[in-house]
Design a protein around this ligand. Structure first.
Ligand code: UDP
Length: 458
């Protein structure tokens, strides 16, 4: 790494963070920023204006009030002139495309920072757009990959495999069945996800390092393969920086109903921040929960983007289910603080889509998981959940929307998860491991501590 860059001598450490669209990308960036600030690193956090969801606006507001020492810089997005993809593309990928097209504005923003940044941490989805800019400015650019290290293998090697996905053979991930690959990647026609993975996967080799919110003990073989040149040649060092602990801006939400429930008795049900479940599937899910024999806290979501979601809960699930739910649990149709819920002693299991943040939060709090992957990287994450003994996954349910999973099947699987003592104790072991790792990294100057040390040029 250079000691000076185009903008002048490097300060001992000033890290600029550039997240991308969606809570699954923003939350780990905010946790990383909080952690860096608590280690006396000067942090500038770049936000995109406007954000795609209300949840993002709200969390940013909490974050900047909790960390007044972190500077906010706004990247004002350009109007999108030419979206080459079809209208069926995910609104979050469309938003990433807008950020990508607006990244030309980044150069002047980075030049205006004082002191000049010693490094930038960029979201994986912006790698191809931002690396040429930071190269020109000679600012070291570290990519934050916000999914698992195993998914990183697919991400960086997909451009080599793209033409031959028929017999999917991912280096070091040979056992990956075709059905686990995100379906848009298997389509012949172009789509934003495909372009985004091909371009950014290729550009990763030009970055100065890759950060993954994972535990080296849990994804050891993937990390060894990535760092041992077995996946693609020329990849910079991949560092497991996790698990990133929850941060003070994620302030506690009052959870009065949960407070009245016995320890470990409640199933928490959520499919993350950007997955819409069909009405028919919601009805089956709700009835499955009512019939499972356990109390539950269910976050209902039937629109991808919260801004589009104006309907009342009763309009979505209907009067009858609404009444049955009242006797057995709680259903809400608004943003909840998942972190406070997972840490609540009453929560004993998590029916989850297996977005990577949800998986890491379940690990951090030692909550077992019933995996129901819906799209994207979630089957790869679900496989990890089962392989480490954190949870179970009923593979025959397929991707979200492929079929309607019936209430009896859902109730049965919830009972299997909640009744499984091995999973409960294994989840607690993973929780301990995650917390011990932080101490270990701190004392041995590994993981994030090593990076901070390098950025501070100690
Ligand atoms: N989340 C939350 N409340 C909600 C829904 C989601 O706090 O009502 C948080 C969740 O804790 C996680 C993030 O939003 O940190 C979602 O990321 P994940 O990778 O799990 O899934 P995605 O939303 O990207 O599919």
């Amino acid at each position: 790494m250079a000691d000076t860059n185009e903008l002048g001598p490097l300060p001992s450490s000033h890290i600029t963070l550039l997240p991308s669209s969606g809570m699954g990308h923003l939350t780990p960036f905010l946790r990383l920023a909080g952690l860096l600030a608590s280690c006396n690193v000067k942090v500038t956090f770049i936000t995109r204006e406007p954000p795609v969801s209300l949840a993002e606006s709200q969390i940013l507001c909490h974050f900047f009030s909790a960390f007044p020492q972190i500077s906010q810089e706004k990247l004002h997005l350009l109007p999108l002139d030419n979206l080459s993809a079809g209208s069926e593309d995910d609104p979050f990928y469309c938003h990433i495309e807008v950020i990508r097209q607006s990244s030309q504005l980044l150069s002047s923003l980075l030049r205006s920072l004082s002191p000049p940044p010693s490094a930038i941490v960029t979201d994986m989805s912006l790698t191809a757009a931002v690396v040429p800019i930071t190269e020109a400015l000679k600012i070291p650019n570290f990519i934050f990959f916000t999914s698992s290290a195993t998914m990183l293998i697919l991400f960086v090697s997909f451009h080599i495999l793209a033409g031959s996905m028929d017999g999917v053979k991912i280096p070091s991930l040979e056992a990956t069945p075709r059905s686990w690959i995100p379906p848009p990647l298997l389509q012949d026609k172009n789509n934003l996800l495909k372009t985004y993975i091909i371009e950014n996967g290729k550009a990763m080799t030009k970055s100065d390092g890759i950060l993954v919110n994972t535990l080296d003990s849990i994804e050891q073989s993937s990390l060894l393969a990535l760092n041992g040149g077995k996946v693609i040649k020329g990849l910079p060092s991949v560092t497991a920086i996790g698990l990133l602990p929850p941060c003070c801006f994620e302030d506690n939400q009052p959870l009065t109903w949960l407070d009245d429930q016995p320890a470990g008795s409640v199933v928490y049900v959520s499919f993350g921040s950007r997955t819409a479940i069909s009405r028919e599937q919601l009805r089956e899910l709700g009835n499955g929960l009512v019939g499972c024999g356990y109390k539950f806290l269910w976050v209902v979501k039937d629109k991808k983007v919260d801004r589009e979601d104006g309907e009342e809960l009763v309009d979505v699930i209907g009067d009858e289910l609404m009444e049955s739910v009242k006797e057995k649990g709680v259903a809400v149709k608004h943003w909840v603080n998942q972190e406070s819920i997972l840490k609540h002693p009453a929560v004993g299991g998590f029916l989850s889509h297996c977005g990577w943040n949800s998986v890491t939060e379940a690990m951090w709090h030692g909550v077992r998981v019933l995996a129901w992957p819906q799209h994207g990287d979630q089957k790869i994450n679900a496989n990890l959940v089962t392989s480490i003994g954190l949870g179970i996954w009923e593979k025959s349910w397929g991707w979200g929307g492929e079929q309607i999973v019936m209430r009896e099947q859902i109730a049965e699987k919830v009972r299997q998860m909640m009744g499984n003592e091995f999973l409960r104790s294994q989840a607690m072991c993973i929780r301990e491991e995650a917390r011990n790792r932080i101490e270990l990294h701190r004392s041995s100057k590994k993981g994030l501590t090593e990076l901070i040390k390098m950025w501070k040029k100690e």
